[in-house]
Design a protein. Sequence first.
Length: 341
Amino acid sequence: MKKILVTGGAGYIGSHTIVELLKAGYEVIAIDNFDNSYPSVLENLKKITGQEIPFAEVDIRDKAALKAFVKATPGIDAVIHFAANKAVGESVANPLKYYENNVGGTVNLLEAMQENGIKQIVFSSSCTVYGEATPPVGEDAPIPVAQSPYGNTKQICEEVLKDQCVATDLKVVALRYFNPVGAHESALIGELPIGVPNNLVPFITQTAIGKREVLTVYGDDYPTPDGTCIRDYIHVVDLALAHVAAINYLAEKKNEEAFSVFNLGTGQGNSVLEVIQTFEKVTGVKLNYKIGPRRAGDVVQVYASCDKAMSGLGWKTERSLEECMSSSWKWEQAIAAKGNN
Ligand SMILES: NC(=O)c1ccc[n+]([C@@H]2O[C@H](COP(=O)([O-])OP(=O)(O)OC[C@H]3O[C@@H](n4cnc5c(N)ncnc54)[C@H](O)[C@@H]3O)[C@@H](O)[C@H]2O)c1
């Protein structure tokens, strides 16, 4: 297996995965519609890898264009499918956008794959499928009714992929990410949240750099050691390496089931205050934060059991929370120095 199509390749996780795929000797072709990314990411990938990234601007909602692109690109052995919208709040306000892009786009992609004999896919799923599960959360934890249209699109896509495995000889690895953070050590690629960030770490770095006045910690009266919510923060480069491991797993035909699912996290939970303290320690920057009321819908604590990914994919995380914080800070400083793109 050599040639990998990466959808959403200009995005946060896709761009880091392209770096690691190329390092591992895979050939990559990326598509994106730049809905939540910039063409400059491709230039920066070239700076990091020393290679031009074969790329086409394709919108996966445009079935005809997507099919024409796949047909005109011979030799694709597998797909890594990142392209999706991912803002939970926006999905509540505009569910049809999410069903059209995340579910409809995936169906279009599967049709294009089927018509062109491409039989392997790695899919970006999410720990949101577990809702309020008791940690450490294993892959066999129950999947409750989704709490948002975004979460529902991930559940539905997993079901669509399973059904397609039954109907055809498709092989799927679904990866359920916990909380991806951090950036490439070069500070040339990272997460570019558009508007006010929903996630803690970009909010921390934006507050530290002065883009935001104050960070609000939503509640310090939860039943956790310091009263703040606990999450499993995984460095995006470790996450990217898990995709290489998933592609290797498919290439080496290690999958016993046509549809395999793995959690990707560190297996360790960190509280909001621990993350803030770690940021302050590694950067020497004092953060302006205040304790506010609880935020509706926040789960108290969630972290992964990663045993299955460790044994099945032969993968484990290697980067610490300190490295997550220092690389995020370096990235925020680089954005400030260059402008947003
Ligand atoms: N970042 C997270 O916290 C997180 C957590 C769990 C799961 N995920 C999933 O991982 C995947 C990647 O997330 P990310 O953080 O890199 O997001 P991102 O927004 O940075 O990357 C997604 C990329 O897909 C592109 N895209 C969106 N719709 C498209 C379309 N119709 N056609 C072509 N390209 C399109 C965007 O322009 C963007 O470059 C998504 O499926 C997301 O749901 C992300």
